[in-house]
Design a protein around this ligand. Structure first.
Ligand code: PGA
Length: 252
């Protein structure tokens, strides 16, 4: 059975106090209301990870980072290593979000190194992929996403690959209010799974969780999550409201 996951990507939002308030609300609601087996993950800014992690200890909610560096330690001013994240109980790390690819010039090769570092430390990467609107209009979206997967993930052993979570996020749907239709999302998730199967075999591909991200909200989560190949969501804007995030979590 594939793991169902709903991960909130807070991006660069919330001070420590605001983040703690949001996380407490989410944790209380998840405890009281969520009866399915979907894993809730809060991917907070670095400054809140430790405190939110303490708050979430012993609860069904896990914490995740939004990025990390691939090197273990040393003279890399301003960076955070995976062992630092591990030392404060972080379980997940989002890698390759389109905003990091675009604003911080993250390449498939750098992301391959980051994925390897995260897996080596025993954390779970949530690896993001997705095309621009122009690429979709040109009909090259499937090849483009497949090349992101090939270049950043296909160097992994089967044993390591099995620990990766994938998030398909069409860039044109992120923060725009335009969601991919359930047909568009399901089509791409199926293509991704087929591509994974071409490298790791059908059984491994069938066990890989593939999340959808891009304007996922309480009013569209149910139809998206009902699709055969969609195993949950990576939630930006709606994860900043406890009620919306938990309603999305309850949409399976
Ligand atoms: P959004 O962001 O839900 O605000 O579209 C999703 C994401 O960027 O992960």
């Amino acid at each position: 059975m594939r793991k169902k996951i709903v991960a909130g990507n807070w991006k660069m939002n919330k001070t420590l106090d605001e983040g703690l308030a949001l996380a407490s609300e989410v944790i209380a609601m998840v405890k009281a209301e969520v009866k399915n087996n979907a894993q809730a993950v809060l991917c907070t800014p670095f400054i809140s990870l430790y405190s939110v992690g303490k708050l979430a200890e012993g609860s069904p909610v896990a914490v995740g980072a939004q990025n990390c560096y691939d090197k273990e330690s040393g003279a890399y001013t301003g960076e955070i290593s995976v062992s630092m994240l591990k030392s404060i109980g972080t379980k997940y790390v989002i890698l390759g979000h389109s905003e990091r690819r675009e604003y911080f010039a993250e390449t498939n090769a750098l992301l391959a190194a980051k994925v390897t570092a995260v897996l080596k430390a025993g954390l779970t990467p949530i690896f993001c992929c997705g095309e621009t609107l122009a690429q979709r209009e040109k009909g090259i979206h499937i090849d483009f996403v497949n090349s992101q997967l090939t270049e950043s993930l296909f160097l992994l052993s089967e044993e390591d690959f099995k620990k990766v979570v994938i998030a398909y996020e069409p860039i044109w749907a992120i923060g725009t209010g335009v969601t991919a239709s359930k047909e568009q999302a399901q089509e791409m998730h199926e293509k991704i799974r087929t591509h994974l199967a071409s490298k790791y075999g059908k059984a491994v591909a069938e066990e890989t969780s593939i999340l959808y991200g891009g304007s996922c909200k309480p009013d569209n989560a149910q139809e998206l999550f009902a699709c055969k190949d969609i195993d949950g969501g990576l939630i930006g804007g709606a994860s900043l409201k406890a009620r919306d995030f938990v309603d999305i979590l309850k949409s399976f």
